[in-house]
Design a protein around this ligand. Structure first.
Ligand code: SF4
Ligand code: SF4
Length: 417
């Protein structure tokens, strides 16, 4: 059998680490702080030349819609002037009609009114890392001296919300917090963060590389956590519409309506975006910033070439090389084997996805309801398309006519209802 011919990918998404792994916090479960081993200098800051070159390369590619995700480490360490410059470069290099999205992830410590107003005015979707009520957040999200950060981050949340910034909650689910699904959900809902992204935590134990770190969440516990969350999310529906937004549920729903999810972990392959570090080094993915996945440097090579190079292609294909139980699994169409990172962090998983059991528990619980929601959604799409076509064609429908959607029912009992 011949090898598949790689499809040329358009560069439309970069994750940027302007301050590298530098951070003003010292969360126990952070996987990125240790990345400073990859770089010679002690302090990591993107200079204007790298910023300009990267921006120009991304926008020159000419994708109609382009996304810059600013992350760390902690991106606010760069100061506001860096981002003013970044957006000025974006305006300078944007092509006619090109849409540019920016997202920003922060731990909140440096967020003040000036930052909040800036993020709002620049129309930036901001993810704030806040794990839940104080005993949950402070369990692992501390300063380097061990002091909790909850009060400061809640203040940042309120500042962002008062300024009317578009903000969502980023919540790491760990061995401790996994017991408190309801408390976390209600905390964010009542605190004004109705968009929530939950990130289950699994890392290799630095002290014993044969097992997962103690803060990692178990598959069974995370599966139950997702089920509780799903029920809470459902119970807050109004007129069949969600009033809170959980990224995993939204993304999974795409596969129920036969569309590709906007979430790389649920896609058949990886490799659709790249990470640009502060010095212009480019890597395959946030979770694979290492020598093996080094693609080049923006000062020497073009980002689009790196995205389409052999290393990134192989990285992307590796996701489709599924662990043993996946090809025969009924949930494969929705789960796609999950994130390959989760097949490697706990050696006891032996190459299987650490969260496989979580997915199974969740889909067994939520599948029927998701199917019903999908049916309803599809039906509504058909109705809207049919009514639009009738309107555009100018045809006068009689209520007893057969419905033009092809259902075989009378118009009055179908799209004309
Ligand atoms: S390794 Fe995981 S996070 Fe990275 S691109 Fe693949 S699915 Fe996404
Ligand atoms: S639920 Fe488990 S076995 Fe099924 S596709 Fe997902 S990771 Fe694979």
């Amino acid at each position: 059998m011949r090898n598949p011919v790689p499809v040329q990918k358009q560069l439309n998404s970069v994750l940027v680490k302007p301050a590298g792994p530098d951070c003003n916090m010292g969360c126990a479960y952070c996987f990125y702080l240790e990345k400073d081993r990859l770089f010679k200098r002690k302090q990591h800051r993107m200079n204007p030349t790298v910023l300009r070159t990267m921006t120009e390369q991304v926008l020159d590619e000419g994708a109609g819609r382009v996304s810059f995700g600013w992350q760390g480490g902690e991106p606010t360490l760069m100061g506001l002037d860096f981002f003013r410059k970044a957006f000025a470069f974006q305006q300078q290099y944007a092509g006619p009609g090109q849409i540019i999205d920016n997202t920003f992830q922060t731990n909140g410590l440096l967020i003040d009114k000036e930052w909040a107003v800036f993020l709002r005015d620049a129309n930036i979707l901001t993810g704030l890392s806040l794990d839940g009520p104080d005993h949950i957040h402070n369990h692992y999200r501390t300063l380097k001296n061990g002091k909790g950060t909850w009060e400061q981050v809640v203040r940042a949340r309120d500042t962002l919300l008062e300024a009317d910034t578009d903000v969502n909650a980023l919540i790491v689910v760990n061995d401790y917090s996994v017991r408190f699904a309801e408390d976390i959900y209600n905390f964010h809902k009542n605190g004004g963060l109705t968009y929530m992204q939950f990130i289950p935590c699994v890392e290799t134990d630095a002290a014993d590389p044969d097992r997962a770190a103690p803060f990692s969440v178990s598959a069974e516990a995370y599966g139950r956590f997702l089920c509780t969350l799903f029920d809470l999310w459902q119970s807050d529906f109004l007129d069949d519409k969600p009033t809170t937004f959980i990224r995993f549920f939204d993304a999974v729903f795409f596969s129920y309506v036969d569309m590709l999810p906007p979430e790389c972990t649920l896609l058949p392959e990886c490799g659709l975006y790249v990470v640009v570090e502060h010095n212009g080094d480019v890597f395959s993915c946030d979770f694979f910033v290492d020598q093996e996945h080094f693609l080049g440097n923006v000062m020497e090579q073009n980002l689009a070439d790196m995205l389409n190079g052999a290393t990134q292609y192989q990285f992307g294909r590796a996701k489709a090389d599924l662990p043993e139980p996946c090809p025969d699994c009924p949930w494969l169409i929705h789960c796609r084997g999950g994130c390959p990172k989760d097949r490697t962090r706990d050696p006891r998983d032996k190459g299987q996805n650490h969260f496989c059991r979580s997915f199974q528990i969740f889909f067994e619980h939520a599948d029927q309801r998701l199917k019903e929601m999908a049916e309803k959604w599809k039906r509504e799409q058909i109705k809207q398309n049919t009514l639009l076509q009738i309107q555009q064609s100018g045809i006068q429908m009689n209520r007893n006519d057969p419905c033009p959607c092809g259902s075989g029912q009378k118009f009055k009992n179908c799209c004309g209802q």
